[in-house]
Write a protein that binds this ligand. Structure first.
Ligand code: SF4
Length: 146
């Protein structure tokens, strides 16, 4: 059976930066049926729960992940993205349903780096890496038919 990669917070895992989740009941049902593989790239990258909120900041063409605490979390986010890709390739994943607007998982729209709730065009670090490697990425707001 072909499996789908999903952001772990979408099946109700409390892996968000603030210790909460982004449960989508329909995705949790797919998980209970064994059809999805949940991953949290930020946890895979070694970050704890809770952790500082992070946003992507581009400066002179260099993309970094900055925490609201002023620290640079780029290395952890990159590690998490690489380990997520490894998991996807190992499981022959072709489709991922990732959490919208996250600096790791977001697709097409992400927060703008000012921690003001405003969004700009762009992909999260993990979403971008999966797309680059030929995996289709959608968010929980897209229609999923399997
Ligand atoms: S990194 Fe992705 S899976 Fe983990 S909490 Fe953030 S949005 Fe959810």
């Amino acid at each position: 059976m072909k499996k789908i990669l999903v952001s772990a917070c979408l099946i109700g895992e409390n892996c968000r930066y603030d210790g909460n989740n982004n449960l989508v009941e329909a995705i949790k049902v797919l998980y209970e049926k064994g059809k999805v593989i949940p991953v949290c790239p930020e946890i895979l990258g070694g970050l704890p729960v809770p952790r500082p909120a992070c946003e992507l900041v581009e400066n002179a063409g260099v993309l970094r992940v900055m925490g609201k605490d002023g620290s640079d979390y780029t290395a952890q986010f990159r590690t998490g993205a690489l380990l997520t890709l490894e998991e996807a390739l190992k499981n022959n994943i072709k489709l991922a349903v990732l959490k919208a607007r996250s600096p790791s998982c977001g697709k097409n729209k992400i927060y703008d780096g000012t921690f003001s709730g405003k969004t700009i065009e762009g992909n999260g670090i993990t979403a971008q890496l999966l797309i680059k490697n030929g995996i289709t990425v959608i968010t929980e707001f897209d229609t999923l038919t399997i």
